[in-house]
Design a protein around this ligand. Structure first.
Ligand code: NAD
Ligand code: UDP
Length: 340
């Protein structure tokens, strides 16, 4: 039996592959792992690094999930029984500029994958959704709240969620975990894999890390007049290894999920931008120059999870604190200043 991981050389995918190869083999007979990635936002160096960490190899196939024939050939060749689907574009700003590329890749790509899965009678799926689908609900955010989206990226996640719910309604054999991630940060404790954004980072942590390592001059803090502890935006940062372990748990518990279930993966805690900057400064020993800038369009003051359902359903909760998240981010960034 094999497990297919789309987008498996990306940030969250690579950490999940490592956890699958360690945790799963300790607990249950291990499955062969097949990664499919088009390398549009990652590199094959990741595969060498994963091998260095786990001492195991994975099968890698360079393919685009939008390519029906390529994906169909993979399902014909391997005895796949479940899929974790990470592949997709993820930059909110870019999605405003290139909406068609986002709808094509994230929505059509997922539909193509689902078609091939259905044709091969593979009906177990773990999908990467996002807390962005909560729109402007007031935190703590729980899975029964109404969903909405404010940009094309968020729309793609929401559309795929709707497709997955409809699919599971139409055929009771599907088991789908729709994991709504909060803000993944951190890196593997080995310092060998981590987040490696192309160009200037959009997200806070890679930006701060690149300021600390001297690649960028100064952070802009988007707004200091929110109704929060110090006026800066509050988010629920979650260690990428905790998130990866959430995928292992989801996979192990798919049998308990009938139909499609949305599940938050967050810590339930909120941290402000300035708290991040100050903790990063303390851990790295580096100066992190910043200036207060206007609010970023579309940002909310406070976003954090109610993480109870993941605990009840999957027996999962995040265990790594902010200190570890930033320590691991800094190890990765300082040991790999230019990324992979
Ligand atoms: P990432 O860009 O590091 O990884 C995604 C991987 O998918 C990359 O390796 C990329 O090359 C690949 N890919 C993209 N389009 C593809 C296609 N058509 N066919 C094959 N491979 C393709 O991103 P990540 O941070 O690891 O995110 C993984 C998933 O989680 C994405 O779906 C993202 O939207 C979602 N997500 C991420 C965050 C976050 O903050 N990182 C938050 C919520 C949800
Ligand atoms: N942020 C910031 N400067 C940056 C990037 C982000 O002040 O260069 C703030 C942003 O306004 C938000 C928080 O950091 O309050 C997290 O932003 P990120 O883009 O990482 O995640 P998201 O907003 O998507 O949750």
């Amino acid at each position: 039996m094999s497990l297919l991981i789309t987008g498996g050389t990306g940030y969250i995918g690579s950490h999940t592959v490592v956890e699958l190869q360690t945790l799963v083999s300790e607990q249950t007979p291990s499955q062969d792992i097949i990664i499919v990635d088009d390398l549009s936002n990652s590199s094959t160096v990741v595969l060498d690094r994963v091998k260095q960490i786990t001492n195991k190899t994975v099968t890698f196939i360079k393919a685009d999930v939008c390519d029906y024939n390529a994906i169909n050939a993979i399902f014909d060749q391997y005895d796949i029984d479940a899929v974790i689907h990470f592949a997709g574009h993820k930059a909110v700003g870019e999605s405003n500029e290139k909406p068609l590329s986002y709808y094509h890749n994230n929505v059509s790509g997922t539909v193509t994958l689902l078609q091939v899965m259905a044709e091969h009678n593979v009906k177990k799926l773990v999908f990467s959704s996002s807390a962005t689908v909560y729109g402007d609900n007031v935190s703590p955010l729980n899975e029964s709240m109404p969903t909405s989206a404010t940009n094309p990226y968020g729309q793609t996640k929401l559309m795929v969620e709707h497709i997955l719910f409809d699919l599971a309604k139409s055929d009771s054999e599907w088991s789908i975990a729709c994991l709504r991630y909060f803000n993944p940060i951190g890196a593997h404790s080995s310092g060998l894999i981590g987040e490696n954004p192309n160009g200037i980072p959009n997200n806070l942590l890679p930006y701060v890390a690149q300021v600390a390592v001297g690649r960028l001059a100064q952070l802009q803090v988007f707004g200091d007049d929110y109704d929060t502890v110090d006026g800066t935006g509050v988010r629920d940062y979650i260690h990428v290894v905790d998130l990866a372990q959430g995928h292992v748990k989801a996979l192990q518990n798919l049998d308990k999920i009938s139909g499609c279930k949305a599940i938050n993966l967050g810590t339930g805690n909120g941290t402000s931008v300035l708290e991040i900057v100050n903790t990063f400064k303390e851990i790295s020993g580096q100066d992190i120059p910043y200036k207060i800038a206007p609010r970023r369009a579309g940002d909310l003051a406070t976003v954090y999870a109610n993480a109870d359902l993941a605990n009840e359903l999957l027996g999962w909760q995040a265990t790594r604190n902010l200190y570890t998240m930033i320590e691991d981010t800094w190890r990765w960034q300082s040991e790999n200043p230019q990324g992979f």
